[in-house]
Design a protein around this ligand. Sequence first.
Ligand SMILES: *[C@@H]1O[C@H](CO)[C@@H](O)[C@H](O)[C@H]1NC(C)=O
Ligand SMILES: *[C@@H]1O[C@H](CO)[C@@H](O)[C@H](O)[C@H]1NC(C)=O
Length: 391
Amino acid sequence: MKLVNIFQILALLFTAVYAATTDNIEDQEQQQITNFINTNDGHTNNWAVIISTSRFWFNYRHMANALSMYRTVKRLGIPDSQIILMLSDDIACNPRNAFQGEVFNNADRQLELYGDNIKVDYRGYEVTVENFIRLLTDRWPKEQPRSKRLLTDENSNIFIYLTGHGGDEFLKFQDAEEISSYDIADAFEQMYEKKRYNEIFFMIDTCQANTMYSKFYSPNIISCGSSALHESSYSHHSDVEIGVAVIDRFTYFTLEFLENITTTSTSTLNDLFDFYTFEKIHSNVGISTDLFDRDPKDVLITDFFGNVQKTVIDEPTEDYIYVYDGDKEDYEDDEPVVVKIIDSNVREIKKNVTESNNVIKLSNKQNSGLLSSFALLGSVIAAFALAYSKF
Ligand SMILES: *[C@@H]1O[C@H](CO)[C@@H](O)[C@H](O)[C@H]1NC(C)=O
Ligand SMILES: *[C@@H]1O[C@H](CO)[C@@H](O)[C@H](O)[C@H]1NC(C)=O
């Protein structure tokens, strides 16, 4: 009698473990597929905040730095509605500009950065410490237009880029005021508490830049700065006709790297960090991953410099998932890309999905072998229990 009870209990236990784990695996599988297609870290939308903080013609390069980063995130697919551009001065229309209405980041003047497609969200004296903090924390008077707000959520990856004049744990805004590393750290904490981001990539080009992220304490932030404590950041080169430096070294080389990136690139943040050398930058670039869960080797550049472009609509069937271009709302207009599930290499999948004829496999199917043995064991015990109970 006792023996029967033990068998029955064991059988129940194994069956329960099997059921629980199976459910869990299915959830994981669904999540994994969504992540595969959307991104590799679970974010579903991308935002960029790009700011130059200094005034005056001789700071031309700071505006050019910011406009160059703006152009890059736009080229890689972040729409203007998800980019906040703050330009502290209008060098394009400065009377000293020999090329009225134009801004260049290189003396070769091959690439004009101002053009018709610039949407500046905050200009001139609107670029203040207060507005920057309000933007991050989204604390505004009711009448603040949506286009001037950072409408992020817990699934947003945000790239934040700052350039201007700075020092030990501060960055000047407009020559009139300063923001400290503590101010930004506390704003990030509020963002974290209000679930306003999934991950943040903070990048800053200024003197003693690396001190600016030294006080951050909220999770899922990766930071990068152009120079160490007591170090200057340097400009790259001047344009004789413009008469001033047109770009800073750190930003110049960041752009050189990013120019090779496309929406389907598999380059990682680690590749970018490895690209920075003292010989190029003339100062010690700083990188902080202390607050970041993922290894930079696993973080695609496009996780921050790009936009999530694919959305999974249907529940996956056994072997296939259906992927639509564009937003969920208007997916009916799009032809789905049918994706077969066969491999779990996230980077390749991301690439292949964009190239169509895609093949994807989920690695956790392997686990089902182990689970089946649990189930088998459960049934054998149950059979024994049944047999014994006949006596
Ligand atoms: C960009 O790609 C070109 C051509 O493949 C290569 O020569 C160059 O070194 C690359 N630059 C960077 C910064 O990776
Ligand atoms: C991605 O496509 C390439 C060829 O286009 C193929 O060799 C590779 O196996 C594919 N990767 C996956 C995960 O399907």
